[in-house]
Ligand binder design. Structure first.
Ligand code: HEC
Length: 114
């Protein structure tokens, strides 16, 4: 009986500390700023992507992302955009090491307004 209670207590504590850790990660993510993101976009992404149309440059134009869809039709979410910026789908270069975490959040915030 005692053993059971101890086990339940330990599991609860482990669960709570995992929740706390997950929260910590979310807080560590820098908050994106749209105006700064535009500067990043214009200096880096703009050479390959139109911001105000869906016209193809080197990559697809990104207008309309704010309506929830990427050019490929995939859902436009923060996490997917972060994957795209970090690891670049197919032909797009991986930009993981070209941008700081802050710049990534900024450019994602901006792209989500296009
Ligand atoms: C050297 C050219 C180049 C640069 C620089 C570049 N991209 Fe791309 N990007 C591409 C190409 C090419 C594709 C199409 C990839 C494919 O589907 O084959 C693409 C695709 C995308 C997509 C669409 C993915 C989808 O699922 O529809 C997004 C969003 C995107 N890029 C965002 C960005 C952002 C944000 C930056 C700047 C941080 C950036 N790109 C910089 C070439 C580039």
């Amino acid at each position: 009986m005692m053993k059971k209670i101890v086990t339940i207590l330990l599991c609860t504590m482990a669960g709570l500390s995992m929740l706390a850790a997950a929260d910590g990660d979310a807080e560590k993510r820098p908050v994106g700023d749209v105006a700064r993101g535009k500067v990043v976009f214009d200096s880096l992404c703009g050479e390959c992507h139109e911001a105000s149309s869906r016209e193809e440059k080197v990559g697809p134009g990104l207008a309309g992302v704010k309506n929830g869809q990427l050019p490929t039709g995939r859902k436009a979410t923060h996490d997917r955009l972060l994957d795209i910026v970090n690891d670049g789908p197919a032909e797009m270069p991986k930009l993981k090491d070209r941008l700081t975490e802050q710049q990534k959040e900024d450019v994602i915030a901006y792209v989500l307004t296009l």
